[in-house]
Design a protein around this ligand. Structure first.
Ligand SMILES: Cc1cc2nc3c(=O)[nH]c(=O)nc-3n(C[C@H](O)[C@H](O)[C@H](O)COP(=O)(O)OP(=O)(O)OC[C@H]3O[C@@H](n4cnc5c(N)ncnc54)[C@H](O)[C@@H]3O)c2cc1C
Length: 494
């Protein structure tokens, strides 16, 4: 009999799992029955692209990191190579707001680590003592214990307070909406922990890595991909193309799952007896599950993949094991909003010579950063206009996302006036609120996941994937979905 796989959640994680299940099963000449259930009326989860006239607006994510290759590899396998869009690297600069002024982040600072000496020396953002302290990183011995620590502790220890305040903290607030004082460095930046271990210094590790990349790049002309990549018609093209390419997955939208329950071996045995089937002991060892939907339907499943946010998965699993739900509920979430505004180009006097800016919390502003979208990517706005996207909320200012639309737009306009001198009225505005959409990997996250894995092993056939666990960038979600697909097929002996 064909094994039934149910996937809960139609975000990129659920879709990547379904696609990988099909790819792998096809390679082995096997067939699988997959049902993907999504509670909203559209798939894609946090990935949401909207066209407004000639503007292309990303409500959620706007790009993925090419260094984590799984998104690009998936796009290539889906035949989307032509859709991949590089950033406009002539504008590859980021600014930091400090004392009300925008300062350029020194060139060569990669994810908070300086890799080039001269741009750092010339920087007006970092004070002389801050530069000396960052340089001393080369001589600071590596940490002896392997205990987890917060990003603040880690950066303060290796690069100093100024690097934390002016670079690391605004970066993680902007990208992960996270508080550096509670963020686990082991779970969010495992690479830095490894670098410290391997090279004894982040600067040495980063320089070695850059050299490696240059050597690889020097074989061709220009590197194929820029650090950030997107899709010409917006990121929603990715979930849409996955759906088009799925052959044996039934995708059901507007199907909210209310609970998942285990069917005991006795029930399977008596059902089999009624049907005059002989059930082997091995089969009885495998649990079966019942997936109950809000509309009253109940689906049988040999395997259930939860690709829903961890707090939602916690709720769905309460009937199976409360201790698993308790662990899942320990993963906190924060809320953010993005506000996109378009202006007539000739009404803006700021040069916008970069990808955008980040705002450290010390500045006490209401936005955490902004992307100068029409600089960063082509095909986002007509030539005579500019598109700017601002970020609101996150761990420090979560309540701001609940402002009503009018107040939120007024607030963002005031921020852009103060920071960039923009006084003209926008041509259009769009608000996207993301309530409890950003998982926070707090100190000890990795340890809690190990306990979770152990507990889950008591319930064979249940798998968890998605942004709550092992990386929340799109590319990491895709990788995790692929690994989950591999485990599912192994479990089902396919
Ligand atoms: C504002 C914002 C900006 C971001 N920017 C970037 C970026 O630039 N680059 C990047 O790489 N990442 C970025 N991210 C992160 C990235 O978008 C997400 O981590 C990723 O899209 C999460 O995918 P997912 O499938 O795990 O979860 P989700 O996208 O949350 O999908 C989960 C799905 O499960 C469904 N669901 C939940 N409960 C049920 C239920 N009971 N029954 C059925 N369905 C259910 C939900 O409706 C949802 O569709 C950003 C995130 C946000 C919010």
């Amino acid at each position: 009999m064909q094994k039934k796989i149910v996937i809960i959640g139609g975000g990129i994680s659920g879709l990547a799992t379904a696609y990988s299940l099909e790819e792998r099963a096809e390679r082995e000449g096997k067939s699988v029955s997959i049902t993907l259930l999504e509670k909203k009326n559209q798939i894609g989860g946090n990935i949401l692209t909207e066209r407004v006239g000639d503007f292309l607006i990303e409500g959620g994510p706007d790009c993925f990191l090419s260094e984590k290759p799984w998104a690009i590899q998936l796009c290539e396998r889906l035949g989307m190579r032509e859709s991949l869009l590089r950033t406009n690297d002539e504008f590859r600069k980021t600014y930091i707001l400090w004392n009300g002024h925008l300062y350029e982040l020194p060139e060569g600072v990669i994810l908070m680590i300086p890799t080039e000496i001269f741009p750092l020396l010339k920087s007006n953002l970092i004070s002389l003592s801050g530069k000396i302290r960052m340089g001393m990183e080369l001589f600071i011995p590596k940490k002896e214990s392997s205990d987890d620590e917060s990003l603040s502790q880690f950066v303060r220890r290796r690069l100093g307070q100024e690097a934390l305040d002016k670079i690391a903290a605004p970066l993680v607030a902007g990208v992960h909406a996270e508080d550096p004082d509670t963020m686990s460095v082991k779970s969010r930046f495992p690479r830095f922990v490894q670098m410290e271990e391997e090279y004894g210094s982040l600067i040495k590790g980063m320089i070695a890595k850059r050299r490696e990349m240059r050597m690889a790049g020097s074989k061709g002309n220009k590197p194929k991909y820029t650090m950030f990549m997107t899709l010409k018609d917006g990121l929603s093209e990715m979930p849409a193309t996955i759906v088009q390419n799925l052959k044996s997955t039934e995708i059901l939208t507007n199907k909210e799952v209310l609970s998942v329950d285990k069917v005991s071996s006795n029930v399977i045995l008596s059902e089999a007896k009624n049907l005059n089937h002989v059930v082997s002991e091995a089969k009885l060892m495998k649990h079966k599950y019942k997936v109950s939907l809000k509309n009253g339907e109940v689906l049988d499943a040999d395997t259930v993949v939860f690709a829903s946010p961890s707090y939602e998965t916690a709720r769905l699993l309460t009937g199976i094991d409360d201790s698993i739900s308790d662990l899942l509920n320990k993963i906190p979430y924060t809320s953010t909003a993005t506000v996109s505004l378009a202006f007539k180009k000739d009404s803006i006097f700021h040069p916008m010579n970069g990808f955008g800016f980040l705002v450290p919390s010390q500045e006490k502003r209401r936005i955490t950063g902004a992307t100068w979208v029409s600089r960063k990517f082509s095909y986002r706005s007509p030539d005579d206009s500019v598109l700017i996207r601002c970020f609101i909320g996150g761990s420090h200012n979560e309540k701001l996302i609940f402002l009503n639309d009018k107040d939120m737009i007024e607030m963002v306009k005031r921020e852009l006036r103060d920071i960039m001198g923009i006084t003209s009225e926008p041509l259009l505005t769009r608000i996207y609120r993301w309530e409890r959409a950003m998982p926070q990997y707090t100190i000890g996250h990795e340890g809690r996941l190990s306990i979770l894995d152990k507990k889950l092993s008591e319930y064979p056939g249940i798998f968890l994937t998605g942004s709550s666990y092992r990386g929340s960038g799109i590319s990491e979600c895709i990788k995790d979905g692929q690994l989950t697909a591999e485990s599912v097929l192994k479990y089902l002996n396919l």
